[in-house]
Ligand binder design. Structure first.
Ligand SMILES: Cc1cc2nc3c(=O)[nH]c(=O)nc-3n(C[C@H](O)[C@H](O)[C@H](O)COP(=O)(O)OP(=O)(O)OC[C@H]3O[C@@H](n4cnc5c(N)ncnc54)[C@H](O)[C@@H]3O)c2cc1C
Length: 488
């Protein structure tokens, strides 16, 4: 029986768990519960060229253009061609996407898409509906280990043999598997303003780095233009679909901020975000004017609930206060088209992986689709590969680990203040160098993840991600997409 460990219970991790036959021994390990992930928060939808007049070729063109042609062309082809088939398959298994009154699938529009090709479920609840549906078709005999954090990989002779975990009682265990699939998501909490779930702290990237797993495109962090903000704090995402439905970015005087930019309010995210940042730096406040949208509450029930919960008077003012913030990570663990990493028997899927599909800037609603496609490819590859001989779970105490070192780390607040200013939306060579010099004072790379507190582990993982982003940004010959370096 082949053993597969899946790290993470978002769409990528949950979906791959549905793809193996019943003679596979599958364990899903996840940091909190199966409901805690970015996938559960996705509002906008999932892109698939399924409407009449649209085609995978058109979707491919839009994806490459948004990605500043930095994308891996084969990965994009795979996404736009295989994606719709997987969506069709989920529909035939019972997944309900929203339909128009004639019963046909209803397609929405988002930034930088030239066709209406975004499928929604329950309006702006797509990620929640899709992930819950996928979790509902996971076999009953699959093991769930919730409230368990994966700390490290077990790698011997260039081959991944499993993972080291810590449960909520602090018990550290080594778990062996024939195949390990990382589906642990991105790194949104490296920044103080983010749309991401609390559990998304760059763990997968950090454990890959510790084990010399190859990484790619680390410079490219996507900042979303419209986070709901009140008194400088973020209270979730205001989906781009709202601009797709006619909302306009304005300042406190009603000036239309994107008026003179090609594609206006639906320009690629990096373009909109930089424009908003520049406007903000001139002392303006930022809003989304929703006065042109009919039946806003019906179309966007999740956003409406969030606005009401945070006492935003959008019904009278027709305005939502917003700011840009960290949203998605285009870089990650380098994989090929089969989701294989540089280490044998180690796979990476979804946001933690970088197969090059998103290039320098992700096209809206392509990431849920990539979760399905990369999971499907990984499952096919695993099913074709032979099992290995290490089949027994052993206790952590049986293994020899690194020595204790006293952590010298910044506080999380201090780190996040610096990441926002120095490796955020607008970067400069000078700031990147200053940031790296500051990070150099700390010993995060020498600490054993098993020996430090959970809080320090998070700071350690974030420091590793921050260093990799700054170094990768500095190494790029020119500004491209989400990696914008002033004057370069
Ligand atoms: C607010 C919001 C809205 C979005 N809207 C859209 C949209 O409309 N369309 C679209 O295509 N994309 C959207 N995205 C992006 C998309 O949701 C994500 O890219 C995608 O869901 C990532 O899925 P994933 O399975 O790779 O990771 P996630 O869904 O983030 O899941 C990662 C899982 O790994 C777990 N984990 C993390 N570290 C560890 C560890 N050390 N040990 C164990 N478990 C761990 C996490 O708890 C989580 O369960 C949105 C993102 C956000 C935050």
């Amino acid at each position: 029986m082949k053993k597969v460990i899946i790290v993470g219970a978002g769409l990528a991790g949950s979906y791959i768990a549905t793809l193996f036959p019943s003679d596979y021994d599958i364990t899903i390990i996840t940091k909190k519960t199966r409901l805690d992930s970015n996938s559960m928060l996705a509002q906008g939808g999932v892109a698939a060229a399924l409407d009449k007049g649209d085609s995978p070729q058109e979707h491919e063109k839009d994806t490459l253009k948004a990605g500043n042609y930095h994308n891996d062309k084969q990965a994009v082809k795979q996404l736009v061609n295989l994606g719709p088939k997987l969506i069709d398959n989920l529909i035939s298994q019972g997944m309900n996407f929203d339909r128009s009154s004639d019963g046909q699938l209803a397609f929405g529009l988002e930034g930088a898409h030239s066709f209406h090709r975004i499928l929604h479920a329950q309006g702006d609840q797509t990620g929640h509906e899709l992930t819950k549906f996928v979790q509902s078709i996971i076999r009953n005999d699959i093991k769930w280990e919730e409230n368990t954090t994966v700390l490290d990989l077990v790698i011997e002779k260039g081959e991944c043999k499993g993972v080291v975990t810590k449960n909520k009682n602090g018990k550290v265990t080594v778990k062996y598997a024939d195949f390990t699939v990382l589906a642990s998501g991105g790194l949104g909490h490296l920044y103080p303003l983010t749309t991401n779930d609390q559990t998304i702290t760059g763990d997968g990237i950090a454990l890959a780095f510790r084990n010399n797993v190859e990484l790619k495109d680390m410079a490219y962090v996507q900042f979303h233009p419209t986070l709901l903000t009140k008194k400088g704090k973020c209270y979730g995402l205001i989906t781009e679909a709202i601009r797709g439905a006619g909302a306009i970015l304005i300042d406190e005087n009603g000036n239309k901020i994107m008026q003179n930019t090609p594609q206006k309010d639906l320009a690629p995210r990096d373009v909109v975000t930089r424009k908003l940042k520049a406007w903000q730096q001139k002392g303006h406040k930022l809003f989304l004017d929703i006065s042109h949208i009919q039946s806003f509450k019906q179309k966007f029930p999740g956003v409406t609930r969030n606005l009401i919960n945070h006492q935003i008077d959008f019904e009278t003012t027709k305005k939502i206060p917003i700011q840009p913030g960290a949203h998605f990570f285009m870089g990650g663990i380098k994989t090929n088209l089969e989701a294989q990493t540089s280490i044998r028997r180690l796979y990476a899927i979804g946001e933690v992986a970088c197969n090059g599909v998103h290039g320098a800037n992700r096209l809206a609603s392509n990431s849920l689709l990539d979760c399905l496609v990369s999971a499907d490819k990984a499952a096919q590859s695993i099913m074709q590969a032979p099992s290995n001989n290490n089949k027994n779970f052993v206790q952590y105490d049986d293994l020899t680990y690194k020595s204790n070192i006293e952590p010298v780390l910044p506080s999380k607040d201090e780190l996040l203040e610096k990441t926002w200013k120095q490796i955020g939306v607008v970067r400069s060579k000078n700031n990147l160098n200053i940031f790296l010099k500051w990070l150099d004072k700390f010993n995060y790379k020498e600490l054993s993840p098993e020996k430090i507190s959970s809080e320090n582990l998070t700071i350690t993982n974030l420091c590793i991600c921050a260093e990799l982003i700054a170094k990768s940004a500095l190494a790029q010959p020119k500004s491209l997409g989400a990696n914008y370096i002033k004057g370069v």
